[in-house]
Write a protein that binds this ligand. Structure first.
Ligand code: HEC
Length: 125
């Protein structure tokens, strides 16, 4: 095979890996973990309205918000792994594997996609 062919395969592989998104199995795993460990505070739909939320200060944020959506995976994974000091959000590193944390984040991201937007869609013309 000519060298250019190998380069094309490499480029294809790199763009494929960057387009990685969670598989249905990973999302399902993320949902199970989320509902068991996170929903009490963050709410079943990620809106920060779990049964424990009212008693917390600061309150858990709303995942389905532009504010959280705009944060990078790295930022959010760091909070999930290490927690946030002086809040009820503790780190999960000793209870969830890295893969489980990734699956849970993928599930959180999917909540945003399936929720209705608070702002009306932009006009089509
Ligand atoms: C005991 C309540 C509680 C539980 C359980 C909990 N969280 Fe949190 N979480 C919080 C609070 C409170 C904050 C907001 C801290 C702040 O205001 O900075 C937070 C913040 C976060 C953030 C950062 C959001 C942002 O926009 O910066 C992420 C991500 C997160 N939690 C994920 C999780 C995941 C995943 C789980 C389950 C594995 C979980 N949390 C379980 C209370 C909780």
């Amino acid at each position: 095979m000519p060298v250019s062919g190998i380069i094309w395969i490499l480029i294809a592989l790199i763009s494929w890996s960057q387009a990685w998104s969670a598989t249905p199995e990973e999302l399902e795993q993320g949902r199970t973990i989320y509902e068991r460990h996170c929903a009490d505070c963050h709410g079943m739909d990620g809106r920060g309205d779990g049964t424990l939320a009212a008693s917390l200060s600061p309150r858990p944020g709303n995942f389905v918000s532009a504010q959280t959506s705009a944060k990078s995976d790295q930022d959010l994974l760091k909070v999930i792994a290490k927690g946030r000091p002086r809040t009820a959000m503790q780190g999960w590193n000793d209870r969830l594997s890295e893969k489980e944390q990734l699956a849970t984040l993928a599930y959180i991201r999917s909540l945003v996609r399936f929720s209705r937007s608070a702002t009306p869609p932009p006009p089509t013309r």
